[in-house]
Design a protein around this ligand. Structure first.
Ligand SMILES: O=C(CO)COP(=O)(O)O
Length: 264
């Protein structure tokens, strides 16, 4: 099986202005440095508000931090009369590595559908930015036991037409909507069930080899106290962390999930 470097990505959502962003990234970098964190063993990224990106870029470049950064959304277009949107070209100029696409809050509050997600995935890749495609079911779907088919339909829709070279780079985040910001974390088995189904679908759509190289993250109320059990699942390759990523020490503990077992 291909080696997959775990990715811990903090999704700040609409929190922290550019001053606060600088403080948090600095504190995170120092905390991880003190702990001698090896970024090649667990990759670290923060997905920040657009208005924070330039400040975060300046800091990361100046201090040569290994923390990656990204945005929380991207336009499906590269330029033109799209008031309020942000082009992937602009994001690429700011050195972003990742962009979230299709977060459930975008789907719910902005009516984003799978076709738009597919366009945004293509738009990000067009500028060399890796999309973190978010999928996951709501509570009604979970109660009906249809979480796998529902999530795979979202996956199929957003990957529609995506060439294998790009699919090989994508990151998928399984975020059950009922576990987001609710404190109700999916059990490790719940996370594994859908993350495995996502990987199996990638194998069907592309190849087993490709699927084995794609990172599938879990998101939804991840904290330092529950991350190790979730990461122990074979098909979970990291976490997309909301609330807990706003606290540098807590997020650093999540990044260092492997050290918890040995009490480091
Ligand atoms: O939506 C999420 C990350 O994208 C999860 O948010 P919480 O970690 O706050 O539940």
């Amino acid at each position: 099986m291909a080696e997959r470097t775990p990715l811990m990505a903090g999704n700040w959502k609409m929190n922290l202005d550019h001053h606060q962003a600088t403080h948090l990234v600095q504190k995170l970098a120092w905390t991880l440095k003190d702990a001698k964190h090896d970024y090649s063993s667990v990759e670290v990224a923060v997905l920040v508000p657009f208005t924070d990106l330039r400040s975060v870029q300046t800091l990361v470049d100046a201090d040569k931090y290994e923390i990656k950064y990204g945005a929380q959304d991207v336009s499906a277009h590269t330029e033109g009369a799209y008031t309020g949107e942000i082009s992937p070209v602009m994001l690429a100029k700011l050195g972003v590595s990742y962009v979230a696409v299709g977060h459930s809050e975008r789907r719910e509050y902005h009516g984003e559908d799978d076709a738009l997600c597919a366009a945004k995935v293509a738009s990000a890749f067009g500028q060399g930015i890796v999309p973190i495609l978010c999928v996951g079911e709501g509570l009604d779907v979970r109660k009906a036991g249809e979480q796998v088919s529902y999530t795979l339909a979202q996956l199929d829709g957003a990957l529609s037409g995506l060439p294998a070279e790009q699919a090989a780079q994508i990151v998928i985040a399984y975020e059950p909507v009922w576990a987001i910001g609710t404190g109700e974390v999916a059990t490790p088995d719940d996370a594994q069930e859908v993350c495995k189904a996502i990987r199996d679908r990638l194998a069907e759509l592309y190849s087993r080899d490709l699927a084995d190289g794609v990172r599938v993250l879990y998101g939804g109320s991840v904290k330092s106290g529950n991350v190790a059990a979730i990461m122990a699942q074979p098909d979970v390759d990291g976490a997309l962390v909301g609330g807990a990523s706003l606290d540098a020490e807590e997020f650093a503990k999540i990044v260092r999930f492997r050290s918890h077992d040995v009490g480091l």
